[in-house]
Design a protein around this ligand. Structure first.
Ligand SMILES: C[S@@+](CC[C@H](N)C(=O)[O-])C[C@H]1O[C@@H](n2cnc3c(N)ncnc32)[C@H](O)[C@@H]1O
Length: 465
């Protein structure tokens, strides 16, 4: 691979000759590919049983696996069933380092396409709140479709400038992930654009932007809360120096990031202050591990300034664009939800644009006031011609054991035909039917007179096996 001259001279200046040679050689090898089990739906063994290819454990992520780079994991039935997320193996480290617990309030500030959001959701197991924010609109739509496929129930998706979250979520989060936009030196093998767009000016621009984002994070994180800052680049300006600047505020301390199989750390000598705490960060280089490379720092906010508690900033008005569901809509949904196996409390159901949503259990509506909200929770469905029509998102969150009417497709051919949008012959099903593959939802169908009409979304259909 033809590397930019300036990049080469910078790295040569930083690394011992042997390491630089090994790094340069690594750019000529194919990138590593990985998948991560969606533990909201299954365990590792359950996922492995249903994929037709070999997997090999990623040392630092208990749910991560290498796969052969020739495999196209996005074409498999198990992918459509949301049993795994396709993720580069070293990109699995930041969420492992943050390690939120069920019940935490977690913010993923730079979230699209959603690798780390979906990993954090697995750790939360549906409890607590996950706010996934993405600044770029079309990328936030991709994030939403990944959250949907994985069947996540406690996630709000926003499309905002980070600083616009401050009014609504001041010191509200227990844990924050900042997987920052960066110069992408670890993406050269995977994304040609990262290589062609690289410049020293871009490194400086990214560093300034990262510091600005972290100023916002300071306003959003609770005192005592923890954040992980990560990038997929190797430039000290965007890694060690950003961490050193944060430590310089006197409001943070580093926490050691210890993950199996990863032994390289941030380099204090690459900061102006030579702060030894920087050595507690992880610097993952592609010449040392099987992966593209990442930088991961974990920091605790030690400042104990007077804070507003989670509930202190209640405003007495509802956000304009949310309306309570009408009695008729709720009654129709309730009829449907008898088949769903759970019932949401009415106060948790809102109408936003033309859909009904169930808010995450912990979220009060005032939190979303004035923000660009893409999804305020799980889309339940819409009212069409006076009837409730369930959404695809809802299907992906359901458990066949508790849903009244299911049609399980064990034969691959039948499942692929469903994903192509074809009607499926009914057995004894009637009305809304959860279409499953080996017991995992793929979407809805509606059975009538011996045929199940296909409701798999047109935009997701596959046209070739
Ligand atoms: C490294 S990517 C995130 C990858 C994601 N965390 C994942 O695991 O799939 C960084 C994201 O930050 C977004 N971004 C760009 N500029 C930003 C800004 N000024 N503030 C916040 N996010 C920004 C980009 O659009 C991009 O989606």
């Amino acid at each position: 691979m033809e590397l930019p001259e300036k990049f080469k001279s910078r790295m040569q200046g930083l690394l011992p000759e042997k390491d630089w040679q090994a790094l340069a050689a690594s750019y000529d090898r194919p990138p590593f590919k990985g998948i991560r089990t969606n533990t909201l739906k299954t365990r590792n063994e359950g996922m492995q049983r249903l994929v037709p290819f070999a997997t090999e454990a990623v040392p630092w992520c208990p749910t991560g696996f290498y796969i052969d780079p020739e495999i196209r994991p996005g074409k498999q039935l198990a992918y459509y069933a949301g049993l795994y997320y396709v993720q580069e193996p070293t990109a699995m480290t930041p969420a492992e380092a943050l390690d939120p617990k069920p019940g935490d309030w977690v913010l993923d500030l730079c979230a699209a396409p959603g690798g780390k959001t979906t990993q954090l959701a697995c750790k939360l197991q549906g409890q607590g709140l996950l706010v996934a924010n993405e600044l770029v609109k079309n990328r936030s739509a991709i994030l939403a479709s990944n959250v949907e496929r994985m069947g996540i129930t406690n996630c709000v998706i926003l499309n905002e400038f980070p600083e616009r979250l401050i009014d609504n979520f001041e010191v509200a989060f227990d844990k924050i992930l900042v997987d920052a936009p960066c110069s992408g030196e670890g993406m050269f093998r995977k994304e040609p654009a990262a290589l062609s767009e690289w410049s020293e000016e871009r490194v400086a621009l990214c560093a300034a932007r990262q510091k600005k984002i972290l100023e916002t994070v300071d306003r959003l994180l609770k005192p005592g809360g923890e954040m992980v800052y990560s990038t997929c680049t190797f430039a000290p300006e965007e890694n060690e120096q950003v961490v050193a600047a944060l430590l310089g505020t006197g409001r943070y301390q580093t926490l050691p990031v210890q993950l199996p199989g990863l032994t390289d750390h941030g380099v204090p000598a690459w900061t102006e202050e030579g702060n030894p705490a920087v050595a507690e960060t992880l610097r993952i280089m592609p010449n040392h591990v099987q992966g593209e490379g990442h930088f991961v720092a974990k920091l605790k906010k030690t400042a104990s300034s007077p804070v507003e508690s989670r509930s202190a900033k209640q405003k007495n008005k509802k956000p304009m664009r949310f309306v309570s569901a009408k009695a008729r809509e709720l009654a129709d949904f309730e009829d449907f939800s008898k088949a769903v196996g759970w019932s949401a409390s009415k106060k948790d159901i809102v109408r936003y644009q033309d859909r009904l949503y169930r808010l995450p259990p912990d979220l009060e509506l005032f939190r979303l006031s004035g923000l660009r909200v893409l999804r305020p929770g799980v889309a339940l469905g819409t009212q069409k011609k006076g009837r409730f029509e369930p959404s695809h998102t809802l299907a992906m969150t359901l458990k066949p054991q508790t849903f009244g009417c299911c049609h399980d497709m064990k034969a691959e051919e039948e499942a692929y035909a469903y994903l192509k949008g074809e009607p499926v012959p009914a057995q004894n099903e009637k009305g809304w039917t959860l279409m499953t593959w080996n017991g995992f939802p793929l979407g809805f169908g509606k059975a009538s007179q011996g045929t199940i009409k296909n409701h798999f979304p047109k935009g997701l259909r596959i046209y070739k096996k």
